[in-house]
Design a protein around this ligand. Structure first.
Ligand SMILES: Cc1cc2nc3c(=O)[nH]c(=O)nc-3n(C[C@H](O)[C@H](O)[C@H](O)COP(=O)(O)OP(=O)(O)OC[C@H]3O[C@@H](n4cnc5c(N)ncnc54)[C@H](O)[C@@H]3O)c2cc1C
Length: 371
């Protein structure tokens, strides 16, 4: 029987796994179907690890190893050490380091996740939870009932959803402007033009295309989100230095699965959303489709390490404890300080070390193969 894995990721990870699930049968691979639940994190922008390190260590003179926690608040990246604030980095200073693939991402709140979680919209020690699907709703209701989290309707807290909509709109407008600029230089930003495509057209468009075309259409023009769908679908592709790369000895010819699954080649959002959301879910610009939005805080022991309210960790702990999932694919710090690496936890006790945000990019989807 296929394992049931919950996957936590930023919006581009969720888009990627949703596309892979829709096309799993076509590539005759089962790994996308292991994902039984998706938790998306709000994300305004992201950095490659080496760039984040350069920003903090080289530009601001703070050793990553001396930082206890990072937070993004009021337009600043704040690095906290044992004795308090070590650096406040205005977000505009980080712009030159933002991954080029992020600059054409229009999704702030992980629009296709079962549940989306973020800091904005809610008091400092809480998490905003946007519940989008029935599966997500059952999980959140169960976690509240069993005391893993306590929650209030978002209408009862400040600042509420207006700030989510504002940031989502800013991200959308910036990314569309960037896409227009790239198109003026003859780069086709195809994932923004294929939302209405049906799956037959997606498949027809990928026919006969392999790594060479993937490089030409997506990787070389700086559109790749480095989600890892290609490297998970095709054993001849690896992710090296934040870039899909062909392994030695492979011609790349006929590697259609990689091209077909790439969410930056085509992203047929309408079809994907049609298969994810129950009829009649509410929709608001910048929030997306949802059933309920709440402000939540985890019971201390259910999220001993946390970024905000610990909602992500507590929801996963509940799902593991109750056997709703067999594993949770999240991230933890690797050998280098603050470098995220994927981790699959099978028990809540293992999961707890993965709480908190590591503010740089990690390719998580290939970890599903071994999960
Ligand atoms: C790159 C990035 C940018 C973000 N930007 C914003 C933003 O602009 N506004 C906002 O409101 N929120 C943003 N968030 C989300 C926020 O930082 C918190 O993750 C979220 O509020 C959940 O907090 P929590 O206490 O409920 O989660 P916790 O219980 O602390 O769990 C956090 C989960 O996120 C996973 N995780 C940590 N780092 C990463 C990573 N790099 N990639 C994938 N998963 C990871 C952890 O493994 C853990 O499972 C961002 C997160 C990331 C990773």
């Amino acid at each position: 029987m296929t394992d049931k894995i919950a996957l936590v990721g930023v919006p581009c990870d969720i888009e990627a796994i949703r596309k892979a699930q829709a096309l799993a049968r076509d590539i005759n691979q089962d790994w996308p179907n292991k994902v039984a639940l998706t938790i998306g994190l709000f994300c305004r922008e992201n950095w490659a690890y080496t760039c984040f390190r350069a920003l903090v260590q080289d530009d601001y003179g703070v050793k990553l190893g001396d930082v206890e926690k990072f937070d993004i608040k009021k337009g600043r990246i704040i690095a906290y050490g044992k004795e308090g604030v070590k650096a406040e980095i205005p977000l505009p200073d980080s712009k030159v380091y933002v991954r080029v693939g992020c600059q054409v991402c229009v999704d702030f709140s992980a629009l296709s996740a079962d549940i989306s979680v973020g800091a904005v919209g809610t008091p400092a020690d809480c998490s905003t939870i946007i519940v989008r699907t029935d599966k997500g709703m059952q999980l959140v209701e169960g976690a509240i009932r069993e005391g893993y989290i306590e929650a209030k309707p978002i209408e009862e807290v400040k600042p509420g959803t207006a700030i989510i909509k504002k940031i989502a709109k800013e991200k959308l407008e910036e990314s569309l402007a960037e896409a227009r600029e790239r198109e003026a230089s003859a780069i086709q930003v195809t994932h923004l033009k294929t939302a209405d495509m049906d799956l037959e057209a997606v498949k027809a468009g990928a026919r006969g295309k392999g790594f060479k075309e993937l490089s030409y259409d997506v990787i070389d023009p700086g559109l790749c989100s480095v989600c890892g769908n290609c490297a998970t679908a095709c054993p001849d592709i690896k992710i090296e230095n934040e870039r899909p790369t062909l392994k030695e000895g492979c011609t790349g010819e006929g590697c259609e699965a990689a091209y077909l699954l790439c969410p930056r080649a085509t992203l047929p959002l309408k079809v994907l959303e049609g298969s994810i959301f129950p009829n009649g879910t509410a929709h608001e610009e910048g929030i997306g489709r949802y059933i309920k939005i709440i402000s939540a805080k985890a019971r201390p022991e259910k999220a001993p390490r946390r970024q905000d309210g610990g909602a992500v960790t507590a929801l996963l702990a509940y799902a593991l404890d109750k056997g709703i999932i067999d594993g949770a694919l999240t991230v933890k710090a690797g050998e280098e300080p603050w470098k995220p690496v994927p981790k699959v936890s099978r028990r809540a006790e293992e999961l707890y070390e993965t709480g908190g945000t590591l503010y740089s990019h990690v390719t998580i989807i290939p970890a599903l193969r071994g999960a």
